[in-house]
Design a protein around this ligand. Structure first.
Ligand code: HEC
Length: 117
């Protein structure tokens, strides 16, 4: 049931504007949201992350589900099919800590990143 509600929300919730929602600014302390600048040492660029997720999952629903599962429990690598961390992220940056988002915050972030990046 929980999964069904999530998928329903994922499919109806979308943004018209491209300004960053305030929830997404929570990612910016570690991930650079801009295209050009780099922030070495903290975390991968958000653009690289989103590109990698899109390269690994065909439908936007699968892309969103992956990101959502990751945000709910970033430390549980094994439970989520990690597409980035195995290859470069965790070695270079260490594990992402759980940043304590509410399900609605995660949903807003996931929709924004997949639809607008
Ligand atoms: C406290 C710093 C920090 C914050 C805040 C943060 N991240 Fe991360 N994130 C990291 C680090 C470090 C990595 C690289 C290690 C890893 O992959 O787990 C990472 C990796 C990731 C990955 C790659 C997962 C994979 O497959 O390897 C995703 C997706 C991600 N972050 C999304 C987000 C989103 C979305 C936000 C905002 C809600 C966010 N992060 C906020 C530090 C952070």
């Amino acid at each position: 049931m929980k999964k069904f509600v999530l998928i329903l929300l994922l499919s109806i919730y979308s943004f018209g504007a491209t300004a960053f929602p305030v929830e997404v600014s929570k990612c910016a302390t570690c991930h650079n949201l801009a295209d050009t600048e780099n922030q070495p040492g903290k975390a991968p660029l958000m653009r690289d992350i989103v590109n990698s997720v899109k390269a690994n999952y065909n439908s936007s629903r699968d892309q969103k589900t992956f990101l959502y599962d990751f945000l709910v429990e970033p430390s549980k690598c094994e439970n989520v099919k990690r597409v980035l961390c195995e290859e470069h992220s965790t070695k270079k940056y260490g594990l992402m800590k759980d940043i304590q988002l509410t399900p609605m915050e995660s949903l807003i972030i996931v929709n924004f990143l997949i639809d607008n990046f």
